[in-house]
Design a binder for this molecule. Structure first.
Ligand SMILES: C[S@@+](CC[C@H](N)C(=O)[O-])C[C@H]1O[C@@H](n2cnc3c(N)ncnc32)[C@H](O)[C@@H]1O
Length: 266
């Protein structure tokens, strides 16, 4: 058994099924890339591999290293990709803050991952080291006022009984930063040709059940793990869904994405 790097673990089967919003965002990021087709690219935080597959389709003579900290995510990614892309995809379980690579990649692609990493100076130093001279970084993560409405609701529930015993003063392990600060960090890490920007990406779920499944799987793993039993977790989620049902439009998540592009000097 390998050491648990990711706690709480992801429900990767559910993520794989419900991550259509992430796949749509990621496809738009990929569409901006100009590729020769023979590059070696790191997918940094590959999750269950749905976007890794899209990346591999753009690299018919290239290779991808699909990297993630989560054993569950990597297992699902391996099942999804290994046979179809045999010999062109390698799976690595590692923390982005301890990347085991130097001057290895022509490019680094990453979506919906960097906001889970709290130290972006250290993150960009790791990514910069992993790139070959002239290599590019193309990434998108949550940023700016990402999910501000949902986060405010979570904070106001967290200080009230019966949730406050477990959640009062809980600091969420998420880092949403803005475009200017991110550009400065990229520059400090040694990147050039830097472009960063925020875009709004509101995402509507179909009904209360879909909203609850999405939010508990994608956004609230850490909060829910702290609550001591299933009854309290269900109560927490049903209260969030009740409030979201009153919004206009209902069950919409106020997502914002932070895009970034940068290059390691050649
Ligand atoms: C929301 S998923 C995104 C997966 C995929 N890129 C997508 O867009 O569907 C975030 C992924 O980042 C991974 N992750 C979070 N922190 C990480 C870290 N420090 N090092 C490596 N992977 C990390 C998680 O395990 C998870 O698989």
């Amino acid at each position: 058994m390998s050491e648990p790097l990711q706690r709480p673990e992801w429900d990767s089967a559910t993520y794989h099924r419900i991550s259509a919003p992430h796949v749509e965002w990621g496809k738009k990021v990929l569409a901006k890339l100009t590729l020769r087709g023979d590059e070696t690219v790191l997918d940094a935080g590959c999750g269950t591999g749905r976007l890794t597959a899209e990346l591999l389709e753009r690299l018919p003579r290239g290779r991808v290293v699909a990297l993630d900290i989560s054993e569950n995510m990597l297992r699902t990614a391996r099942d999804y990709l290994q046979e179809r892309y045999w010999g062109r995809v390698e799976f690595v379980r590692a923390d982005l803050l301890g990347l085991p690579f130097q001057d290895r990649f022509d490019g680094i692609f990453s979506t919906a991952t960097f906001h889970w990493v709290l130290d972006h100076d250290a993150l960009f130093q790791n990514l910069h080291r992993a790139l070959r001279p002239g290599g590019w970084l193309c990434a998108q993560c949550g940023g700016g006022p990402n999910l501000a409405r949902l986060m405010a609701r979570i904070e106001s529930l967290a200080v009230r009984p019966p949730f406050s015993v477990a959640l009062d003063e809980y600091e969420k392990p998420i880092f949403y930063t803005d475009a200017e600060a991110e550009a400065e960090r990229l520059q400090r890490a040694g990147f050039t040709d830097i472009e960063t920007g925020l875009e709004s990406a509101p995402t509507r779920l179909e009904n209360a059940a879909a909203y609850i499944e999405f939010v508990r799987t994608v956004i609230l793993r850490h909060h829910l793990e702290r609550l001591p039993n299933t009854g309290l977790r269900d109560l927490f989620m049903s209260e969030l869904a009740r409030q979201a049902g009153l919004d206009m439009p209902p069950y919409e998540l106020d997502y914002w994405r932070l895009n970034m592009w940068a290059r390691k000097q050649g």
